[in-house]
Design a protein around this ligand. Structure first.
Ligand SMILES: [Zn+2]
Length: 301
């Protein structure tokens, strides 16, 4: 462990509606900017209310059209990171040229559009292996945040598979490799230039996810117990959520096929309270920073 006080990072994946639906096998939808106009302002308000920064993983396809929003995030103290160019799934099986486009070009586009150098990457569906991680490091990123070290991921993939219209992709992911990977921030080996992996948080022994979407599947008391156990353990907290966690299916006029997505049948105010409560609980006990700050201040050594 480090001698510095433990920190927390709040990260949000800005998956658009069309990309979420593509993940369920519903292809060829036009690009949808609904989350940028509805969910993202709510997220920015919530982080402002809590007085903490966040890390926004952005799909670089939309970097130019959303440049004002990117710059607004940076000006407010948030970090912009890459969530690939077009969010293709499965990600790990892309060929070399396509992988380089998703990883390298997304970084340059988001850096230019946001006015701040992008140093972080999270793969669509957390689907990374050694080859993908080596590409990410070679592209100039300083960290990856795609490892989700929990056996629950296997169950969650099976559940998503059942809800998917396209039964092609689930078993392409290295689920077993993820499940037992190192669960705290760590440097990766020489092949990746020693850059840092920030895994999604899990509890120490059972490796229960301390990940927002998990809240939609388990009793609130069980989830709260996991959050408390993680805070007590002194481990860093890397808490991930999605823009869709502050979307209202009916109120925001969202494609009704999004009803299969976790949490989409809950009213917005209930979802907002769930997210606010968890972030506030973590904020009371931890110094909340961005991944960039954690690296710069060597909090993750
Ligand atoms: Zn995503």
């Amino acid at each position: 462990m480090t001698s510095t006080p433990p920190f927390a990072v709040f990260s949000c994946d800005l998956d658009t509606i069309d990309r979420h639906l593509q993940g369920y096998g519903i292809e060829d939808l036009p690009a949808c900017d609904r989350i940028y106009r509805t969910a993202v302002p709510r997220l920015l308000d919530l982080l402002k209310e809590l007085g903490v920064p966040g890390v926004f993983f952005f799909i670089a396809r939309d970097a130019n059209s959303e440049a004002p929003l990117l710059r607004q995030m940076v000006a407010a103290g948030h970090e912009v990171a890459s969530h690939s160019m077009t969010h293709p799934q499965p990600f790990r099986t892309l060929g070399d040229a396509a992988l380089a486009e998703e990883v390298d070009v997304s970084r340059t586009r988001l850096s230019a559009a946001s006015g701040a150098e992008v140093i972080g990457f999270r793969a669509p569906g957390w689907d990374v292996d050694d080859r993908v991680l080596a590409r990410i490091a070679a592209a100039g990123y300083r960290y990856d945040a795609s490892i989700f070290p929990t056996p629950v991921l296997i169950a969650s993939r099976l559940s998503a598979y059942r809800r998917s219209a396209n039964k092609g992709s689930i078993f392409s992911m290295d689920l077993i490799g993820h499940a037992f990977a190192t669960a705290v921030p760590h440097r990766l080996g020489a092949a990746t230039n020693g850059f840092v992996e920030f895994p999604i948080s899990v509890t120490r022994w059972l490796r229960l996810p301390v990940y927002h979407t998990f809240q939609y599947f388990v009793p609130p008391r069980l989830f709260a117990r996991g959050v408390r156990a993680l805070l007590r353990s002194g481990r860093p907290v890397c808490y991930e959520f999605h823009a869709a966690d502050l979307l209202d299916l009916a109120g925001d006029d969202i494609d009704p096929r999004m009803d299969r997505h976790p949490g989409m049948r809950l009213p917005l105010e209930q979802k907002r309270a769930m997210l606010r409560d968890t972030l506030a609980t973590i904020t009371r006990e931890r110094r909340v920073v961005t991944y960039r700050q954690a690296l710069e201040e060597r909090l993750a050594a």
